[in-house]
Design a binder for this molecule. Structure first.
Ligand SMILES: Nc1ncnc2c1ncn2[C@@H]1O[C@H](COP(=O)(O)OP(=O)(O)OP(=O)(O)O)[C@@H](O)[C@H]1O
Length: 284
């Protein structure tokens, strides 16, 4: 990626001009223009294979084979979380959160305090000495979020971080991410299949289709947000329409516009459904 003419301003976290990515003869990203203001929560939605992860990897600086112009906050201010927690199994939870942070010297005590505070913030106080194998899927993702928070990122890139979680855990994670964003105010780019996740959490939803954005939608809903708000349904329908999904195909709740991992069947039990309904207000 070449430097962007004009570069980042103090108000901008990401700026891309004509970003392209080809794999052999196949063009996956075809001239993406994007400017993300600092502090904005952006959801990146698209069908499976539309190039969401490819775009996130380009922004994260993991993929250097991209063409076009762009400028992103420097890597030490960017943190990435993935669908799997990527915790190192041979390190205890606290040591995972401390990865890459100073363990010795004048900044070690402050780093450990930040790591412990981040674990407390995600509800894992008391689990610092656990091994990753002792955590549930949701706890592991919370530990991954803590690892990001401990770095105090200005840009948080999240590639379907809740995609492998059951419905109930996913809703709890929505509330947690919403709180974290409101408390710390990082810029967030969240890749998701789930249009309801996008409308619950984001200020802006981008729909990627055939290598370009076919919709750039400002989501102007007050927080805390509820799926029961009639305007919520309007945003949801607009996103589904952009994805080419008709209402009767979309199902009742949080249906992915494209194939993704299904919810845990146990989460659809009557007790779980009641809890889901109670939890559906994010950020409340
Ligand atoms: N390293 C690679 N080599 C060749 N093709 C690739 C490579 N990485 C991605 N692709 C292709 O690029 C396209 C976009 O992939 P990408 O993972 O970005 O899609 P996605 O929108 O994130 O999909 P999903 O929602 O299923 O995760 C896919 O067709 C994929 O096969």
């Amino acid at each position: 990626m070449a430097a962007y003419p004009g570069g980042l301003s103090a108000q901008t976290a990401v700026v891309l001009g004509g970003l392209a990515r080809r794999f052999g003869t196949r063009t996956v990203l075809d001239g993406i223009d994007l400017r993300i203001p600092r502090g904005q929560f952006v959801a990146l939605v698209g069908r499976s294979g539309s190039g969401k992860s490819t775009l996130l990897r380009a922004i994260a600086g993991i993929d250097h084979e991209v063409d076009g112009d762009g400028e992103i906050l420097s890597p030490e201010r960017v943190s990435v979380i993935f669908q799997d927690s990527r915790l190192l199994p041979w390190r205890r939870v606290l040591d995972n959160v401390l990865l890459g942070l100073p363990r010795r010297g004048p900044h070690a005590a402050a780093a450990e305090a930040r790591a412990r505070a981040a674990l407390a913030e995600v509800g894992l106080a008391g689990r610092e000495d656990a091994w990753p194998s002792e955590l549930s899927g949701g706890e592991a993702q919370r530990a991954a979020l803590a690892r990001s928070l401990a770095r105090e990122p200005e840009l948080l890139l999240a590639d379907e971080p809740f995609g492998a979680l059951d419905a109930l855990t996913r809703i709890r994670m929505h509330a947690l991410l919403s709180e974290v964003w409101q408390h710390h105010g990082p810029t967030v780019l969240l890749v998701t299949h789930d249009v309801e996740e996008a409308v619950l959490l984001a200020d802006r939803a981008l729909v990627l289709e055939e290598g370009r954005f076919c919709l750039d939608l400002a989501i102007d809903l007050p927080r805390p947000r509820s799926v029961k708000d009639p305007r919520f349904a309007e945003y949801r329908e607009r996103l589904l329409a952009a994805l080419g999904v008709r209402e009767h195909e979309s199902g009742s709740r949080t249906q992915a516009a494209a194939a993704g991992p299904g919810p845990d069947p146990e989460a659809d039990s009557p007790a779980a459904s009641a809890e889901v309904a109670a939890l559906e207000e994010v950020g409340s």
